[in-house]
Design a protein around this ligand. Structure first.
Ligand code: ADP
Length: 421
């Protein structure tokens, strides 16, 4: 049997997962720890319990003796304040928490460059500034950064992907001075390395899990970037569509695509830039009309080769950001045919058109021609829909390697080792 060579640890919205890969990328094993409640997912101590549980479970089933590197991904924009002993001061502020102080958001709006991903009501930078004012704070770090510290990394270190929404200046490779004008003491922020970069050999805390002395920590990434990598997408022009509650399209590009109006910004991952846009359309609209049982019954009755021609734009409420940016954009879900299957098909056609429009928009904004599409999320299992989408997009649809962010992070370790050692 091939030995485990890389470990990826994923701190997601529902729990912690860990994946062990062989040197050739084969998934050997995974472990999971689900948060007991949504509230528990806010507590750093529970994150750490989850990591310990996953590592203990994996090390009971396979040998860690040949593991050369590990990395952690976390929810993008989740931040916490640490004291002098690197202990959390209070709860974390989560990726979707609005900053408790509106004045900070306004200060960022006044100081940040126009297309900075640190802008907006749910700005990670705003949360970081708020946390930096807690009593006794010595560092403000991202979720994944803190897990690396717990695993024994000596100095607080983040990665470019986690740091992007906290205002890190990718072009110049530093925390920019305007952060200070917003009230952020830059000395409180972690060092930032390229995602996947090897950092240092594991310390005693890592060895206590059975990791060998030559195993290295690698800079990690966000759960979103990790999910992209998990699919196996890696070349310029590789696209990944998420058909979950919302429709998200992501594309690997040779150059960054940044269009703040559309909510688009780009992460640097290995040797490509990962740009993506999120529509307000998606499976939640389907769900608002039909339950799972109805979807299951109707799916085999879809007729992908007989389009309805209804030209819907499925939205739950007015307003769209991408691929059209119009806060009052009208949903189009009429006329509603008498036959529910036709109605369902028309909604799928509408979402398909938005997906196509989304990729076209990314290309128009400077992205590469789309070469292939991989699909994740609940809608990926609907083969009739896949057929409609293949016809509309006209590019090869490829199988996804994995839907597990932990697998993407472990593969980032392998790629980072190859790229930088
Ligand atoms: P989330 O984004 O919430 O994680 P999932 O990836 O689990 O969502 O996908 C759930 C979505 O998949 C639901 O909103 C539902 O509308 C959609 N879905 C489920 N079954 C089908 C189907 N047969 N055809 C199309 N969409 C489906």
């Amino acid at each position: 049997a091939m030995p485990a060579t890389a470990l990826g640890i994923d701190l997601g919205t529902s729990g912690v997962r860990a994946a062990a890969l062989a040197a050739d990328g084969t998934l050997l094993d995974m472990a999971a720890f689900l948060f007991p409640s949504a509230d528990a997912g806010r507590m750093p101590a529970i994150w750490w319990t989850g990591v310990q549980s996953c590592l203990a479970e994996l090390s009971a089933r396979l040998s860690f003796a040949a593991i050369e590197g590990l990395a952690v991904d976390g929810t993008s924009g989740t931040v916490l304040a640490l004291d002098a002993d690197a202990q959390p001061i209070g709860e974390a502020l989560m990726y979707n928490d609005p900053c408790p102080e509106q004045a900070i958001v306004e200060q960022i709006a006044a100081q940040a460059p126009a297309d900075s991903p640190a802008r907006g009501a749910t700005s990670a930078l705003a949360r970081a500034i708020h946390l930096s004012r807690r009593r006794g704070v010595r560092k403000v770090v991202h979720q994944a950064d803190w897990i690396l510290l717990k695993l024994g990394l000596a100095a607080p270190t983040s990665d470019e992907n986690n740091a992007l929404k906290t205002g890190f200046d990718l072009a110049n490779g530093r925390w920019p001075d305007w952060l200070e004008a917003c009230g952020m003491d830059i000395a409180l922020l972690p060092a930032v390395e390229r995602a996947g970069m090897p950092l240092s050999a594991v310390g005693p805390a890592g060895r206590a899990f059975g990791l060998p002395a030559n195993c290295r920590y690698h800079a990690g990434t966000t759960d979103g970037c990790a999910s992209f990598l998990a699919t196996g997408a890696s070349a310029i022009g590789d696209g990944v569509t998420a058909l979950g509650s919302t429709l998200v399209v992501k594309l690997a590009a040779a150059r960054p695509i940044d269009a703040a109006g559309y909510g688009i910004y780009s992460h640097r991952v290995l040797d490509f830039w990962l740009a993506g846009g999120a529509s307000n359309s998606g499976g939640a609209v389907i769900r608002s009309f039909f339950d799972n049982e109805q979807l299951e019954a109707m799916t085999p009755l879809l007729r992908p080769d007989v389009p309805t021609g209804l030209a819907y734009y499925p939205l739950a409420r007015p307003g769209e950001r991408f691929p059209v940016n119009d806060p009052s954009y009208r949903p189009r879900l009429e006329p509603r045919p008498a036959d529910d299957v036709v109605f369902f098909q028309a909604i799928l056609e509408g979402i398909t058109a938005i997906e196509k429009f989304g990729y076209d928009r990314l290309v128009e904004l400077g992205g590469p021609e789309v070469r292939s599409v991989r699909t994740v999320g609940g809608g990926a299992a609907n083969s009739a829909w896949t057929r409609m989408r293949e016809k509309a997009l006209g590019v090869p649809f490829l199988a996804t390697r994995s839907a597990e962010a932990a697998v993407g992070t472990a593969s980032l370790v392998l790629a980072g080792k190859a790229r930088w050692s």
